[in-house]
Design a binder for this molecule. Sequence first.
Ligand SMILES: *[C@@H]1O[C@H](CO)[C@@H](O)[C@H](O)[C@H]1NC(C)=O
Ligand SMILES: *[C@@H]1O[C@H](CO)[C@@H](O)[C@H](O)[C@H]1NC(C)=O
Ligand SMILES: *[C@@H]1O[C@H](CO)[C@@H](O)[C@H](O)[C@H]1NC(C)=O
Ligand SMILES: *[C@@H]1O[C@H](CO)[C@@H](O)[C@H](O)[C@H]1NC(C)=O
Ligand SMILES: *[C@@H]1O[C@H](CO)[C@@H](O)[C@H](O)[C@H]1NC(C)=O
Ligand SMILES: *[C@@H]1O[C@H](CO)[C@@H](O)[C@H](O)[C@H]1NC(C)=O
Length: 893
Amino acid sequence: MPHGRYYWLCCLCLFAFLGGAHHNEPAMIPLGAEEGIQHPLAFSSSWQILGPFQIGTREATWGSDPLEFIGGFRKLEYEEGAQYRSSIGTNGAVKWSLLEADTIETDTVGSSASLSLNFPHVNWTFFRGVYGWAALQYQAWARGEIFVSADRAQTVIIYTDYVLEFWIDDTHYFGGDFYAFRRSPLVIALKPGAHRIDVRLVRDVRAMGGVSEPSINIKLDAKLASGSLELANDGILMADVVNETLASEWASVTVRNSGSQDIEVVDIECSNEWTSVDFQNTEKFIVSAGQTRPIPFRVLSQRPRYSSLDIIIQHKLNNIAGNPSILAVSELFTKRSIYHPHKITFLHPGGVVSYAILRPPSENASYHSNQKRPFPILLQLHGAGLEADSDLVTHALDSLPDLCAWVLFPTGVTPWSGDDWHNWGFADVEAAVAAVPHWIKAVQWKGADLDTDRWLVSGHSNGGQGTWYTLTHKPDRIIGAAPVSGYTSIQNYVPYELWQPMDPRQFAILGSSMNSYRHELLVENCKGIRILQQHGEDDDNVPAYHSRLMCQLLYQANSSSEYFELSGQGHWFDGVMTTKHLRKFYEEQVKSTTNPVETLEAFSIVVANPGDMGFKGGIRVTQLEIPGQYGRIDVSFNTTSSAYAFKTSNVLSFEVQSSLMRFPYTVIDQTDVEVTSDSSKPPPRHIEFWRASARGWQAGRLAEPGVLHRHGRQLGALDAIMRTKGHFTIRHHNGDTSSIALQISRNLFQYFSADSAIVNLEFDGDDGSGNIFTIAIGKRVCPGLDSNFPIHLEGSSLVIRDSEGHLQRYEGSNGLAAIFLRPLEDEKLELVVWGIDKDSLVLAARLVPMLTGVGQPDFIVLSGSCRWKGAGGAVAMGFFDHSWNVTKTSFFT
Ligand SMILES: *[C@@H]1O[C@H](CO)[C@@H](O)[C@H](O)[C@H]1NC(C)=O
Ligand SMILES: *[C@@H]1O[C@H](CO)[C@@H](O)[C@H](O)[C@H]1NC(C)=O
Ligand SMILES: *[C@@H]1O[C@H](CO)[C@@H](O)[C@H](O)[C@H]1NC(C)=O
Ligand SMILES: *[C@@H]1O[C@H](CO)[C@@H](O)[C@H](O)[C@H]1NC(C)=O
Ligand SMILES: *[C@@H]1O[C@H](CO)[C@@H](O)[C@H](O)[C@H]1NC(C)=O
Ligand SMILES: *[C@@H]1O[C@H](CO)[C@@H](O)[C@H](O)[C@H]1NC(C)=O
């Protein structure tokens, strides 16, 4: 959790303000109206509250709202004394209460409301004593109004800080801004008069703290918008200028279409004579109505001659002839010394421009060190809620100015590093590292060389967890790791107690979907790598338990770590990343000459998902037999025969660096396996092995890549969709599917800074180069590429072929909905989001990856009862294997 977040005062429900007047309606006073000042929008100051109800860690995505059992909060009206069943209320019930907003601010361009609520009549201390931090998470609803006093409809953007879900009048939005990124607000046209706002409040210990009173603090902020294309934030994302050179060529501006018609960005031009820009629009660049999109471009000359970059965006209504309108934006260059931490930019594989902070080796390090080999990368991964260009991050290593390393502070794309440095966030780390050689060329660097394959990695808090992730998934690149105040896994951080009850098989499937992020189960991959752990003994944000546990597990894996627990210290203090031990560790490890591949004699590889696992000791698992269950290879080196022997479990194929092989035999699962080498050709870099069920292990490929063979970037649970190359495309069929497409697009940009093009299948067929979302209702699901795919629609029933070839049939009633991956060519994926009708489509759409820890497997079939039963209401869920067949571990009712 971001430190310093839990100081909010508890704010009691202020019954005193009521005066008995407005029991059935929130008080509505358009502030300023009486003075004749035009205040077009105003939030109500009085809000109706109903809660609290139980909710599990990151469970809200599955529904799990007890009020849905009686039709949902939206169907209820305030009624004093009315009781509603709640497992955490006194007498098993809760009542309505009224709350005055903390602050309401209203001016000529908008209005904002801050609410702060708490439920002091619940004995949270006792509840926490039994269920731990899980007990400090709950859900509730708040109802207020926004009043439009203008005489015609207003286009408004609404920011929803710390809110996951809300309704405005009769429209549901699963796409609040849970971390207050303010990247992608809702765009809405509001008619004159009062509009009801129902806000679902969900408390989350990771985002809101676990120490003092469990309050919820949210802010709603409505602002008038232009109704056309506008800048979503001021300025241009671009690199700093060092040595008279723009450090990288990539830049981007983010625009929002607050109008009601789609807008085409026709071109981007630069109004400075010294350079021009390249807007690579091979396809039409459409910003759909209500959408926010980043526009990437390259600055062609990196030698700025003026103090700013000035850009003109030409745009026009889509499919309507006419002269383009223009939108101008400019940004002053930030000049820095080449040796100081500065901003470099690059393209994330998802097609968005991202940045990292680079600190090249100092002159002293470059010229006076007697180290002749290229310097390694020192990665510093930031904690949750921190922007990588904040001083807290970029100056964390200032007291070590002459380190023989290239220090890189990646962002992971967002302050929450996208998905906690996992799939999307880690891709950003890799792209940042790959950008440094371009920087070296662009600035004509003459200092120390760089070795992009040797990483020393460290990080704090969520970055400490990211350090474990890097260690356990890319061990062959790591020459040392220092996880500081890090947590082991989201499940260990805030326990998954208090989810709605469900079949333990279902719970196991949710858990399995997050196997790759359980670092406590992957510790064996760390063997042979020097690790230094540090944790404050009094850390009340990430308890020291996490580091103590990893230290013990490393010991039991015949590995080791140096563990420093700092007595009297909490989660963060000045200099936390440069304590005496850490300084010594960095200084020693940047000079390390060990080769992680050659130092190991006996070791194991544990793999949750081959899609995100690199090499360990020169060996990489490429397929599991049963996805959703860990696979492992125990490797031993026979000194007599000087050859490796492999013992496998749940592994279907793996590859070995051929320099490590002895020909003509190797031993796999106690059997000699022939490895022929064609002496007329140089050996391939890697030799692959696969296991045929009847014949056992053999050298060669399991299957040729193709749409029928699930491989590479397609592997993993539902979040494999995030491994896109190029921006996403969201396809819909008009009507209700188009509003869901827009919402998914907003969420992708809000939570991952991921870009998507929205495509109407009725008109347009351009799918771009990235992964695809298909949004469909009823019978309109276009067939996938694989005609033998195990999930299909028959009339309005959904039919799934299980692992034994039996057909499981689900009638299209009771709010049936489904979300599942499907293969496309070239390792691409399609995520089908389907509902039998509009209301059930919403259930499936909320499971599109957004927050971490939700646990979506490869396919999920939902019933309407998920609204209150959560995942327990799912009727089928599970995984696909390497041939896109359903695994036998999947769940069907
Ligand atoms: C809450 O529970 C704690 C622990 O059981 C108890 O000590 C305390 O008195 C309770 N507080 C109230 C207000 O009932
Ligand atoms: C380089 O190191 C020397 C001695 O260690 C120190 O006196 C000098 O100030 C350093 N130079 C820079 C530019 O940091
Ligand atoms: C800065 O650029 C110049 C060429 O313009 C080059 O000669 C010089 O070495 C560069 N400085 C550094 C520190 O790389
Ligand atoms: C640890 O090493 C001991 C002694 O070499 C060995 O018996 C044991 O199997 C090893 N355990 C693991 C988990 O590698
Ligand atoms: C090591 O290799 C030798 C020679 O091939 C073989 O006889 C022996 O059984 C192997 N040892 C183990 C522990 O596999
Ligand atoms: C996948 O399932 C189909 C139908 O049950 C079966 O014919 C096929 O052999 C299976 N594929 C593999 C690789 O097991």
